[in-house]
Design a protein around this ligand. Structure first.
Ligand code: FAD
Length: 667
């Protein structure tokens, strides 16, 4: 059988003749060339996994838009019996006869999950136009939540705007996110009579972001003045930002009602300063009138930009900030496919270029705890940090990140995808370290759980929790199938380690770690692991019988019982057995098999970078604003520091500071 290659997108057709039209990119028959078998190599896109056959990789991936340098040659094809499916949002790979109903990583619906043997370009019907202009009042870098909030606000202040995006895909990490935004004192709370007020909200944020400084009796609650003012600026403007965007018709917001019919609590709902206030997280309403995730938020932004003529230039990587003799930022140097270009900003440049999760050097230097990448989009390489540092910007919160545990082996196999475990579903399960000991309340929020890996043992000179092992019984793995880190039906069970008894499980975990030796430094199971695991099993099962976790208080908090406890995958299963008992705990079966998954710490994205003031102006080392330079989102020193205030705690501030930047820059 002859092989024909589409010269536009690289699609390979097998047959005596080329097809009339390329099924991927619609190029006509004439664009196909006959392939000489011996010259053909296989190339896999390192970002989305798309496979291309040809002498050299294609100039641009037809699926995710990255350039040829992101392709790697596939030396030997791994034999795969099942079909491969990939989520076009978070790049999760599913193996099975059918695609899953929802992506188990990012909850993108089935129509965004594609068959990798017949890949299609990512749907992009709302793509805004690009521009040949190289001058505007305001240049915006990036196309995530921070950048779009800034661009739309500036355009509505009557300013001309050009958005510059490094990737071929619009939307950054925001596109692959849950898309929630944390907005204290929002209109839905007011309509319901939920009493949320500035003083309480600020106290909660200060306490959670700076527990080591917080003192309710001191000025600024003990925080340095700028850190306090950032929190106050967020609190004062978060609902104004969302009302403004909603008023323009960018999106309609919807509150998040959980499976118990309640508005959601915050991530440290048990703190005294929180007062159990509910309903601060909002989402974008989707076409069905339901909660829409990051894809819906991003498509709303794109649609608005397209309709109102805000241009977005993709494949435009900003590489340098230009400053005149008076120190004013007047433009940017940008790498494009046509070569380097200079863009001029008559008023200001606003960065919304994301964190540095995919910059190995910055990760090694600033994220000192044992950490394994993160689920940010691969273009989040911290580009703003050296560019801003070169012109004298002060850096802050460089060790910071929004965090989560990740499924370690999945992360190794596909480092650019979203492999984070936001929740640990199920009741008959616990996590142990290399000694077989529990170290954390498994139902806590992902950010705080992510930090449990950073405990240091000064006697042994080691991170005893560098990796943690999730242990579950068969009932749990089956009831919550499809929820990461458990397998989807017929799915990635290869990441689950099985043992018919606890001893066998311990032995198999040890063997798995031996295989992973190249990736885990000196971390190995201690000799006491199997005994420790059996003791933990016994103790946990006693807690489960009484409903009291005496070690980590799992289930004592509203967060654990609501967010942390999703219902089983099969809706017909009666769970929990009783609402009157602590249903976060259930004894593990005395009979095997048992399952384990290896978890590491990772980021959603980092959140350190140039320090800004309450107008989102970047400051220099004398705390003076650098004229014409602004930043918002994960590319700046986060106003929240290491805290995740509640669901949406990253996108809420990103949009708000994007809005504040544009308002100030437009004056
Ligand atoms: C699966 C998942 C679920 C999540 N759920 C939530 C949630 O529900 N709520 C929440 O608050 N947070 C959530 N997060 C985190 C959230 O997505 C991010 O913190 C947030 O979207 C960051 O927004 P941003 O605007 O700062 O940056 P991004 O959305 O990352 O956008 C940055 C953009 O800048 C571009 N860029 C980078 N460098 C350059 C350059 N040199 N030149 C030009 N462009 C450049 C990038 O390509 C990218 O498009 C989630 C994350 C993931 C992965």
């Amino acid at each position: 059988m002859k092989k024909w290659k589409c010269t536009v997108c690289g699609y390979i057709h097998q047959g005596d003749e080329p097809p009339e039209e390329c099924p991927v990119c619609k190029a006509p028959k004439e664009k196909f060339v006959l392939l000489e078998e011996e010259n053909v190599s296989k190339w896999r896109c390192g970002v989305c996994g798309y496979t291309y056959e040809g002498e050299a990789p294609p100039e641009e991936c037809p699926v995710c838009g990255v350039t040829a340098d992101k392709f790697v040659k596939v030396e030997a094809e791994v034999r795969i019996d099942e079909k491969l499916w990939q989520c076009t949002v978070c790049l999760y790979i599913h193996e099975g006869a059918e695609p899953p109903m929802f992506c188990p990583r990012c909850w993108a619906p089935q129509d965004l999950i594609m068959d990798m043997s017949n890949p299609k370009p990512i749907p992009d019907q709302n793509r805004p136009d690009s521009t040949d202009e190289t001058e505007a009042d305001i240049l915006v870098v990036g196309t995530g939540a921070a950048a779009f909030a800034a661009a739309i606000t500036a355009a509505n202040e009557g300013k001309s705007v050009i958005m510059l995006e490094k990737s071929g895909v619009i939307g950054g990490t925001t596109r692959r996110s849950g898309g929630g935004f944390w907005i204290p004192m929002n209109r839905h709370q007011k309509a319901k009579g939920i009493d949320d007020n500035k003083e309480d909200a600020i106290k909660y944020m200060c306490r959670q972001s700076y527990p080591q400084l917080y003192n309710k009796d001191l000025e600024f609650y003990g925080l340095p003045e700028n850190e306090y003012k950032l929190i106050e600026a967020f609190c004062d403007n978060a609902n104004i930002t969302v009302d403004f965007l909603e008023g323009l018709g960018v999106f309609e917001t919807i509150e998040d009602i959980n499976w118990l019919g309640k508005n959601q609590v915050d991530y440290q709902s048990n703190l005294e300063e929180n007062k159990g206030i509910r309903g601060r997280i909002l989402f974008t309403k989707n076409e069905q009138g339901l909660v829409g995730y990051g894809v819906v938020l991003m498509e709303s932004f794109k649609k608005y930009a397209k309709k109102h003529g805000i241009p977005v230039n993709t494949h435009h990587e900003v590489t340098k900030i230009l400053r005149n003799d008076q120190g004013r930022v007047y433009g940017l140097e940008v790498k494009t496919r046509a070569g380097m270009k200079t863009f001029q900003a008559r008023k200001a440049v606003i960065f919304g270029s994301g964190g540095y999760t995919h910059n190995e050097e910055l990760m090694r230097n600033f994220q000192r705890g044992p950490i394994y990448g993160g689920c940010a989009t691969p273009e989040c390489t911290g580009d703003f940090i050296p560019m801003a540092a070169q012109i004298g910007a002060k850096l802050g919160n460089m060790q910071g990140a929004f965090r989560a545990q990740c499924l370690f082996e999945s992360k190794l196999a596909n480092p650019n995808a979203a492999n984070n475990c936001f929740f640990i579903p199920g009741d008959a399960m616990f996590q142990v370290n290399k000694y077989g000991k529990r170290v954390v309340n498994e139902k806590r929020n992902y950010n705080d759980r992510g930090m449990a890996h950073f405990a240091w043992d000064p006697n042994k000179g080691e991170w005893p929790n560098q990796l943690l092992f999730l242990i579950a019984d068969k009932r749990t793995v089956e009831l919550w199938e499809g929820f990461p880190p458990y397998a989807t039906t017929g799915g990635d069970a290869k990441y689950l380690i099985k043992g018919d008894s606890l001893d066998e499980l311990a032995d198999n975990i040890k063997k798995r770690l031996d295989k992973l030796a190249a990736h885990i430094g000196s971390y190995r199971l201690d000799e006491s692991f199997a005994d420790g695991l059996k003791e933990t099993f016994k103790r946990f099962n006693e807690f489960a019988k009484t409903g009291k976790d005496l070690d980590f208080h799992r289930g004592d908090y509203e967060y654990d019982l609501e967010w942390g406890s999703p219902k089983p995958a099969n809706p017909s299963v009666e769970w929990p057995e009783s609402m009157d008992k602590n249903y976060t705990l259930h004894p593990l079966s005395e009979e095997g098999p048992y399952f384990a998954a290896i978890l590491g710490s990772s980021t959603l994205d980092t959140n350190g970078g140039p320090v800004v003031n309450e107008n989102a102006q970047v400051l220099d080392w004398d705390n003076k604003p650098i004229d014409g330079l602004y930043g918002a989102g994960n590319c700046i020193a986060a106003p929240s520091a290491n805290a995740y205030w509640g669901g949406g705690g990253t996108i809420g501030p990103a949009m708000t500071f994007g809005y504040l930047a544009a308002k100030h820059a437009s004056k």
